[in-house]
Design a protein around this ligand. Sequence first.
Ligand code: PLP
Length: 396
Amino acid sequence: MIPSVLPTYNRAPLAFVRGAGSWLEAEDGRRYLDLGAGIAVNALGHAHPDLVRTLTDQAARLWHVSNVYRIPEQERLADLLVERTFADTVFFTNSGTETTELAIKMARKFHYENGHPERVEIVAFEGAFHGRSTGAIAAAGSEKMVKGYGPLMPGFVHLKWPAGEADHAAIRAAITERTCAVIIEPIQGEGGIRVVPDQCLKGLRDLCDATGTLLVFDEVQCGMGRTGRLFAHEWAGMTPDIMLVAKGIGGGFPLGAVLATERAASGMTAGTHGSTYGGNPLACAVGAKVVELVSDPAFLSEVARKGAMFRQGLESLVACHPSVFEAVRGEGLMLGLKCRVAPADVVKAGYDAGVLTVAAADNVLRILPALNIPDEDIAEALIRLDQAAGYFEKAA
Ligand code: PLP
């Protein structure tokens, strides 16, 4: 018999009843150190007092009003994002997938309004993940995600993930008079913590400028402080035309945002897009508090320091367990352990050791803790990961 919850997830036999900071407590009272943070969502850990206060204050005042009215909480969050990024304007959604959908519409509309209705194609990259809607799976294009869901939305061209300058010629060749945009995650999350080299991001910017193509960064997973800068592309010293943000921005409350330059957004006039819930007062009150806390330079430099500390510990783990782990990758607190065993098995071993991690493609185990994880929890995490790796050696 089909379960009452549609079985689209292969769920772990764990259910949590409460969380505090980087810790989750299961139904049986056992505590787990959470290095997954809801897959990069709980940016400030569980039950952060400022977020709880902001949410409950706003809940007592006003949860929801339609976007047909002005929403001061939304305006405040948009102002904060505009002040702290390349963007001139912001549209709020409830999820990352919806940000992908708007980026596709915005890029096509831009060219349509500029007299180029033929510019509809979007260049995307192998290993990408942009969400689960029909448009977002077409954008990512992997067989695993699209199988059985055709016909797919046309208009996507898929290229090898750019690992260096040598790949630029292929990207240049793929940008034609029909191309409207290039979409890329500066660090692939689901794809296995694959960092696009800074010179590739700069090269993409130059190619897009030379061809009048819009550059779209999907920072749903790698943004919001995760790398030690507010957004990952900042390390490369350049900016996109459109950026997708979700996950961490709500700290656990469903919230996403499309950030854009005035030029890129110029086609999106009244009536061209909308959302019932996107940007409601409750979501935006929480989002503004998250952005305020995470964008503080002192907070971000702590993320970078903690990331370096965690990475060093993981390097030692690789050295101690060469039959289980191969290498460490990533930036800041978006870390990946390339495994020699199936990462899903390491995730399971982690359950026994009381530590939660997330598997990704390319045989990688993802480590995406709360950005404010205390140093002692990083030390404890390394002890528990060492224990989890030890199970494989005992079994061998
Ligand atoms: N883009 C990236 C890079 C993601 O990692 C995800 C989710 O994992 C999404 C888009 C889709 O976000 P959501 O699951 O909130 O729709």
